[in-house]
Write a protein of this length. Sequence first.
Length: 287
Amino acid sequence: MPGRKLIILLGPTAVGKTDYSIDLAEKYASPIISCDSRQLYRQMSIGTAVPSRQQLERVKHYFIQDHDIRDVYTAGMYELEAVALIEKLFDDGHETLVMSGGSGFYIDAVCNGLDDFPPADPELRARLTERWRTEGVEALRLELKILDPESYRTIDIANGQRVVRALEVCLMTGRPFSSFKTNSVKKRSFTIEKIGLTRPREELYARIDRRAEQMLQDGLVEEVRSLLPYRNLPALQTVGYKEIFSYLDGETSLEEALSLIQRNTRRYAKRQMTWWARDPEIKWMEM
């Protein structure tokens, strides 16, 4: 529909999306629709770098800390809820809306839609997640390679959550995960403009390192300690949480945990950029 535009602000972790998205939202008198698969959990605050109270007061945010860590939440659910919200906001009179986040799969869900995969099996997923934690992702990857060679070749097999989900569907349905994919793009009633933020690598890595240090100062260890009963949930198989769990288990020192968080966050940022490199529609802007 003419006049309806969704601006999606994306980029690697710590690049500066939060500040830029708030400025952009104020320019267009738009709320911010968060597209971050971890910031939507209210128990995960420090380790996911949610916007500050002052930032949340400046601009209305959606999908920030509005789900419980125990809720089963998927990219498919996000697609349905986010698109419905976007349509409502346009119907309410907005002409331009701002979406911001670093979860490539969630952004793709909004832009292109997802195939109709079967719903999650929480018990099976919990067992696979526990195997991921104790055996490592390589064991699950090898099993997926046997059950679904096509998915093994095409999904991001460095992403443990993606491997768990693919394996879950294979085991639950007896069909390859890849057999559910039609790659059909859903039509939206609004135009989409994707803006990618980037920084020189050394500068981005320095920002990542500083942010990790700040998280520890802000109380990350205590936040993770409070989540120990839920440590096997998929949402907590996340950089910043896994490393502190290891520290609380006595497997590493706090200094080593910090170093691992910094290293693994840099690797995550690199994977994010690799994911978006395949999308020619993104207009990149160096901060």
